[in-house]
Design a protein around this ligand. Structure first.
Ligand SMILES: Cc1ncc(COP(=O)(O)O)c(C=O)c1O
Length: 402
């Protein structure tokens, strides 16, 4: 028999004071979400069926859709991406993948692995996808499916023309899969009105739930396509039609992540309680105030305003500083966690869900400015804090809860 391993208790591993999670996700979770995450119930039966019914109802509001075809997956945002892509793509399906950065490339890779014939449309770093270029590709390549992100978390760009791009996809009879993992409930996304065929989200970002339980909403058109696949779905767990056993018939597909679903229920209930218009406004005001504060420190934002994502703010790094030094110092010294990057020389601060609260903004901006000063790259902390306060005062009139 092997020796019993020596294991530290969690309190010897975790920091004494919890870190403030201001990176690109996971984000802080509200009390009711944390409490729900500590409960285990039967994954089948009347109680769970009622909870799932409410999760679907709330999802329809949050995705702005009347589709019945909401399904969840026990897995990260990437599992929801894989569910959307592999159900709609099979051998030789022509797929146009709009690539703005790391996560949109992942959609392309998933479609390739599903057997699709892929054309990637590369969007220059830090800009939004251009509908003119997309129309040219639609007309020439005639894809059956298009993949695109609403917000590219990796380089903090926003595909602002998404409604027009979705309209073009329809015009060319192409189904459009949209990754809203970092944007859902932080900014408008109108699935039915815009004509989106599949929307993907994770729990740990805009919704302020935990990672590991994700959702996909399919349009009627998408459901029609995936229900008539010429070949069976290669992934049994990610098969959207099998997922309806649990999501529509209160019966067994696999053992559902019960605690995570309860947490997601609570996170979505809080979104509904706040209402989408007020939540969008809270995110806008909070993110714009943070951006103003960062610029007043003397730092530069990575993306120009016309393509800038509000949900995750990218800060261009001065040449003399490495992202790892900033992220390590701000975490160890100020107990604030921010993110480095997958690609460009930036650091990133999240503005999703619970991150968009005044106390979190002040603490984060102060910690950021002090970190640069500590690292001997002087910035103007008082001006930064004043700009944050001024911008918040201006924006806050008329909204609560920032
Ligand atoms: C836009 C986007 N898509 C997909 C993902 C993947 O989500 P996960 O890491 O939960 O698999 C992320 C994660 O950061 C993301 O930001």
């Amino acid at each position: 028999m092997l020796d019993v391993p020596q294991i530290d208790t969690l309190d010897r591993i975790l920091p004494e004071e919890p870190l403030l999670m201001m990176g690109a996700g996971p984000v802080p979770i509200p009390g009711p979400v944390a409490a729900a995450n500590g409960i285990v119930i039967n994954h089948l039966g009347g109680t769970m069926a009622r909870i799932i019914g409410q999760v679907k109802t709330m999802a329809r509001y949050i995705f702005q859709t009347e589709t019945p075809w909401i399904v969840g997956v026990a897995g990260p945002g990437s599992a929801a991406m894989e569910m959307a892509v592999t159900n709609l793509v099979w051998a030789d399906t022509k797929v146009l993948s709009v690539c703005n950065g790391f996560f949109s490339h992942r959609l392309s890779e998933l479609a390739r692995r599903a057997g699709g014939e892929i054309e990637e449309l590369h969007v220059p770093d830090g800009t939004s996808a251009d509908p003119g270029r997309i129309e040219e590709a639609l007309a020439r390549f005639r894809p059956e499916v298009m993949t695109i992100v609403q917000g590219e978390t990796s380089n903090t760009t926003h595909n602002t023309a998404l409604p027009e791009i979705a309209r073009l996809a329809h015009q060319y009879d192409c189904q459009i899969i949209v990754d809203a993992v970092c944007t859902l409930s932080t900014m408008p996304l109108d699935m039915d009105e815009w004509g989106i065929d599949a929307v993907i989200t994770g729990g740990q970002k805009g919704l302020s739930s935990i990672p590991g339980v994700s959702l996909v909403a399919f349009s009627e058109r998408a459901w029609e396509r995936l229900s008539h696949r010429p070949v069976p779905m290669p992934h049994w767990t990610l098969d959207a039609t099998l997922a309806t056993n649990f999501w529509h018939r209160a019966s067994y597909h696999y053992t559902a992540p019960v605690s995570g679903l309860l947490a997601l229920h609570e996170a979505m209930r809080l979104v509904c309680e706040e209402t989408l218009p007020r939540r969008f406004e809270r995110h806008r005001v909070s993110s714009e105030a943070l951006q103003a504060g960062i610029e007043a420190l003397g730092l530069q934002l990575y993306v120009k305003p016309e393509a800038r994502l509000n949900s995750v703010v990218g800060i261009a790094l001065p040449e003399d500083i490495a992202s790892k030094s900033v992220c390590t110092h701000i975490s160890e010294r100020y107990r604030v966690e921010i993110a480095g990057s997958f690609g460009p020389p930036i650091i990133r601060i999240g503005q999703m869900g619970e991150q968009c609260r005044v106390h979190n903004l002040f603490r984060t901006l102060h910690a950021l400015g002090s970190t640069f000063n500590d690292l001997r790259h002087p910035v103007d902390v008082p001006s930064g804090m004043a700009a944050l306060e001024n911008q918040l005062q201006r924006g806050q009139a008329g909204i609560d809860g920032v």
